[in-house]
Ligand binder design. Structure first.
Ligand code: S3P
Length: 163
């Protein structure tokens, strides 16, 4: 089985849909953020506070290179596609599915979130700008899965139907 990589903006449901897909296909699920948090023994907020975004991005690329081999679902942090190096690595590592979601649905999930450092002190308009600026990077080389209004099991089924 080819490895499956899920990308998409914060709140698109990569982690929950990834777990549902891993269950469905009986393969392990690796989340780049969780692996990094475990490796460093820190939360994402702590990582950003201590190292800053630039250093987080370096660690994120290193984590991508270190991912275990073999069949798996890999779920990624929402900004991973912003570096060309990462996009190339992702293409080499498996088939990429971009979990696309309407901005307002994302925002409803994100507006009370305190675990994501990039959302701190950002207005809805600023988060929308970030969303917009990333769109083409998400679409590059990916199969687009529309997720708005779908639950994780439905998203997993949609991905499985495209394998
Ligand atoms: C980020 C998304 C987060 C995490 C970090 C940065 C981003 O992952 O990697 O806070 O740049 O969009 P999720 O997409 O899982 O929230």
């Amino acid at each position: 089985m080819e490895r499956i990589i899920l990308t998409g903006f914060m709140g698109a449901g990569k982690t929950t849909a990834g777990k549902a897909l891993g269950n469905r296909l009986s393969v392990p699920v690796y989340d780049t953020d969780v692996l990094l948090e475990q490796k460093l023994g820190m939360s994402m907020n702590e990582i950003f506070d201590q190292f800053g975004e630039e250093e987080f991005r370096r660690k994120e690329t290193a984590m991508l290179r270190e991912l275990p081999e073999g069949p798996a679902v890999i779920t990624t942090g929402g900004g991973i596609v912003m570096k060309e190096e990462n996009r190339e690595l992702l293409k080499q590592k498996g088939r990429i599915f971009y979990l696309s979601c309407e901005f307002n649905a994302l925002y409803e999930r994100l507006k009370e979130d305190t675990t994501r450092p990039l959302l701190k002190e950002k207005t809805k308009e600023q988060i929308y700008q970030l969303f917009e600026s990333r769109m083409s990077a998400y679409e590059e080389g990916a199969i687009v899965i529309e997720t708005t209004g779908k639950n994780p099991k439905e998203i997993a089924a949609d991905i499985a139907a495209r394998l």
